[in-house]
Design a protein around this ligand. Structure first.
Ligand code: PLP
Length: 401
């Protein structure tokens, strides 16, 4: 029997085609090998999978529903638009899907602490939530600049009991926070677990986080079929690191369904004013894996920007790079302005305030629906927009109608 896509990707070395791998300093080789071996075992363990299933049902609020966006579809005047409601997860986004599972791996490994870096604070909040649930210590590295900018999330993490480590060197943002967290992890890998926040990083994280997000696609396929007696023609998700997109895509990857990833085009196509890594980037190694990334003249990771802070990363998960390269996915873009417009449209027409990240997917899906009036389109609504309302209303006035 031919092996399914998911069973044969990545290979044992963590490669999706030529992308992925593990480019790590020698002191981290052992801890990463240990995580890889443990995950291999746990992914087949009845106890582990059963505990994860129970947490998802009784704590996270899964399964999340699919909603038919009738008024939005009517407004667009084209195809039918459906929403997979990851905004209804506990803490308001899909990130908890992998954070709870990573913390569970840490627990099975007997670790006392989970640690990670965070940019806008979304991963930090989800991880601090998981740490509180399991009674683990939580250490979050965050740039001083981001600490000031993202105060509500910093307060949330502190309420949840996390320890924040301010990063005071370099530009004092996400890149330095990654370096700081890696360094701290080397010294305490025996007792700590490094929980990466998307389908990025060295092997086995791109595979592991994808597997933990797969629940979204599995649920969606069954729910969509129950609602419509067919598969969607297209599925659409925003791509930062690529985890919410891989979650939804993995449910349909062996089916005749078009898979669209939407990258943030920010203010313009000029380098530094967007974060569309797959669209404008080239092959390169960063943060321990080979993928497609945005580089400056010196070949270093380029500065990136998006109105949605969860999308501004200069690289992308290796599997996203692979799927685009083999033509299985189609990569599109939405800019700041289009995404803000979609943010307000979905709020007014459906009573759902989306995260700015998810608004990128909504914006592109509206275009797609208009061009394909006979088609059905399923969006991964990766998160709710409560976190964004101050920023949006201060910078983009609420429209009259
Ligand atoms: C972090 C985040 C994203 C981007 O991350 P992916 O790994 O690309 O999914 C998208 N949506 C929301 C709501 C987020 O918090």
């Amino acid at each position: 029997m031919e092996k399914s896509y998911l069973n044969s990707n990545p290979n044992e070395k963590g490669y999706f085609g030529k992308f992925g791998g593990a480019f790590i300093p020698p002191p981290l080789e052992k801890p990463f090998a240990q995580i890889n071996e443990a995950y291999d075992r746990l992914s087949k363990s009845y106890d582990f999978l059963e505990e994860l299933r129970s947490i998802r049902k009784h704590y996270q609020g899964r399964p999340t529903p699919i909603s038919y966006a009738k008024r939005l579809s009517d407004f667009v005047g084209g195809g039918r638009i459906y929403l997979k409601r990851e905004d209804l997860n506990h803490t308001g986004a899909h990130k908890l899907n992998h954070c709870m599972a990573e913390a569970l791996v840490a627990k099975y490994l007997g670790k006392k602490k989970i640690m990670a870096e965070t940019g806008a604070g979304q991963h930090g909040v989800a991880l601090a939530t998981a740490a509180a649930y399991f009674g683990l210590e939580c250490e979050i590295h965050m740039g001083e600049v981001d600490i000031i900018k993202e105060k509500p999330n910093v307060i949330r993490m502190k309420i949840l009991g996390a320890k924040i480590v301010p990063v005071t060197f370099g530009l004092k943002t996400l890149k330095e926070a990654v370096d700081s967290c890696f360094q701290a992890y080397v010294a305490q890998a025996d007792t700590s677990f490094y929980a990466i926040g998307s389908v990025v990083g060295p092997h086995p994280f791109p595979k592991m986080v994808r597997d933990f997000q797969r629940v979204v696609g599995l649920e969606a396929k069954e729910q969509f079929y129950e609602m419509t007696a067919s598969l969607p023609d297209s599925v659409v998700a925003c791509v930062g690191g690529g985890s919410n997109a891989m979650g939804l895509f993995s449910g349909f990857i062996d089916d005749p369904v078009k898979l669209y990833g939407v990258e943030p085009l920010g203010k313009s196509t000029r380098l530094g004013e967007h974060a569309a890594s797959l669209t404008y980037g080239s092959e390169g190694i960063m943060h321990g894996f080979n993928s497609i990334m945005l580089k400056d003249e010196k070949g270093e990771p380029a500065p990136v920007y998006s109105v949605a802070s969860g999308l501004d990363y200069p690289s992308v998960g290796p599997e996203q790079a692979h799927l685009k390269t083999i033509g299985r996915t189609i990569i599109a873009t939405a800019n700041d302005k289009e995404s803000i417009d979609a943010f307000y449209k979905l709020s007014r027409l459906e009573g759902i305030i989306p995260a700015l990240e998810s608004s990128h997917a909504v914006s592109f899906a509206m275009k797609l629906a208009k061009e394909n009036p006979k088609e059905s389109i399923l969006i991964n609504l990766s998160g709710r927009g409560d976190k964004d309302i101050d920023f949006v209303t201060e910078n983009y006035p609420i429209p009259d109608q």
